[in-house]
Write a protein that binds this ligand. Sequence first.
Ligand SMILES: Cc1cc2nc3c(=O)[nH]c(=O)nc-3n(C[C@H](O)[C@H](O)[C@H](O)COP(=O)(O)OP(=O)(O)OC[C@H]3O[C@@H](n4cnc5c(N)ncnc54)[C@H](O)[C@@H]3O)c2cc1C
Length: 497
Amino acid sequence: MEHVLVVGSGVAGLTAALAARSRGLDVTVVTKSYLTESATRYAQGGIAAVTSDDDSVEAHVRDTLDAGAGLSERSAAEVVCGAGAETVADLLAAGVRFDVSEGRLARGLEAAHSRARILHADGDATGAAIAKALAGRLLDSGARVHENTFVSGLVLRDGGVRGGRLLDDSTIDADAVILATGGAGQLFAHTTNPAVATGDGLALALRAGAVLADLEFVQFHPTSLAVGGNALISEAVRGEGAVLREAEGRRFMTEVHPDAELAPRDVVARAIARRMREQNGAPVGLDATALGSEFLARRFPGIDATVRAHGWDWAAAPVPVTPAAHYLMGGIVTDGHARTTVPGLYAAGEVACTGLHGANRLASNSLLEGAVMGRRAVEALNLPWQMEPPFDGEVVTVSSGRSREHAGRDDLQRLMWQNVGLERDRDLLEHAIGTLDGWSVGPASDVKSAEDDHLLLVARAVAHSALARQESRGAHWRADAPGSDTTARHSAVRWEA
Ligand SMILES: Cc1cc2nc3c(=O)[nH]c(=O)nc-3n(C[C@H](O)[C@H](O)[C@H](O)COP(=O)(O)OP(=O)(O)OC[C@H]3O[C@@H](n4cnc5c(N)ncnc54)[C@H](O)[C@@H]3O)c2cc1C
């Protein structure tokens, strides 16, 4: 193993690239925007890790499995949660300055965590602090970095992946490729994800023959500002005591779940979506007035500035919020060393499916997973290739469709929001699949059209996966099958040329 190509520069890609450089490997990082632009950069709440004596890895594993609603893999949870303290030490060594209180790392509480174990930096700018520190290290590391460069295909040779293809059809040859391209929030009309989250890595891996799993599990964040851009209002705000109120001002989550506003995200998001329907689409209010303006500005400086920039004083009155697509639990199936089902291809971070998140992600586990799996991919580079899929699933195939009618990205995002969003049923999903099958997006000649091509393929894979899962579980809600099927396991998707 000499040369490794890392695609993407979020927490997973940066960690992988730094780990590979520290082992003396020749590293090329390709990223389609600038180095620090990624979902990682926008992460607010923090990173979950066991760093105190009153907490334990077993408790973190248990919380993760509970959130995953019976589909999380214990082995993945043990690997990721077990590496929490070590990962935080690595991040501190890389220059991330986590917030400190009374001489110790400050630890916050978030939904469905049984202990206060969320570390944050600069209040609510944890991801930006991580991205900045790691990107700075990378630039000093001797890795080759290509910003504003789009990977549009994978080079397949000798039965494995041996590099990446760029839009001008040139290739970057490598002994191994680590995909760290993040999620696919841009599938939906409302998303907290940045513009780069177009599911590219999922499409590249599908076309290279990899198996993807659990794509029906899309986490919708309950609280994004109900204005364009859907700026996220972190769970941590509710963790500190903010409550949700319907239009008339009544608090409603206490009737929905014993944990009220700190119930699992899917429960809160669907409850808000239902209230919004009952209120003819009017958003609900997030009431943080009890926290006071001084505390809000100190603890949540970024959110405070965003909310005020939209003209709201959230210390004085509730602000309007709506759910938005936030995180993809499924992805490219990998084992505990980030190996996919195609030799030479590794995947880490949100693009991958280790089985950690199951049917629903525990808040703040994704930054941790990206950092842990980025490093573990590199640890596996010199091992003989041996990937045993960590779990089985009934495989659905997706193809490129009949492709007759040209569709724009807005059409796709609206269709996915309405038919493959928070509440699904057979009719909605069959309609979505029929419509998607008839759409084409034109030749993938530039970044926008290549992204559209990827979004269309991934949308088909998500819709097929949602149709195949005839039960409700975690983030996947089927109005025509509201109960859980205890025998149902992971779903899986393959591409058929
Ligand atoms: C608003 C917001 C808040 C969040 N808050 C938290 C939080 O508090 N705690 C937490 O744990 N998680 C949080 N998350 C989730 C978390 O940020 C992401 O899951 C995680 O950062 C993903 O990291 P990643 O490295 O896998 O991908 P990303 O950080 O998304 O990076 C993907 C990279 O791949 C590049 N890329 C994509 N496609 C291509 C291509 N074709 N060619 C070249 N480059 C490509 C992108 O440009 C980008 O650099 C939040 C997410 C959002 C959107």
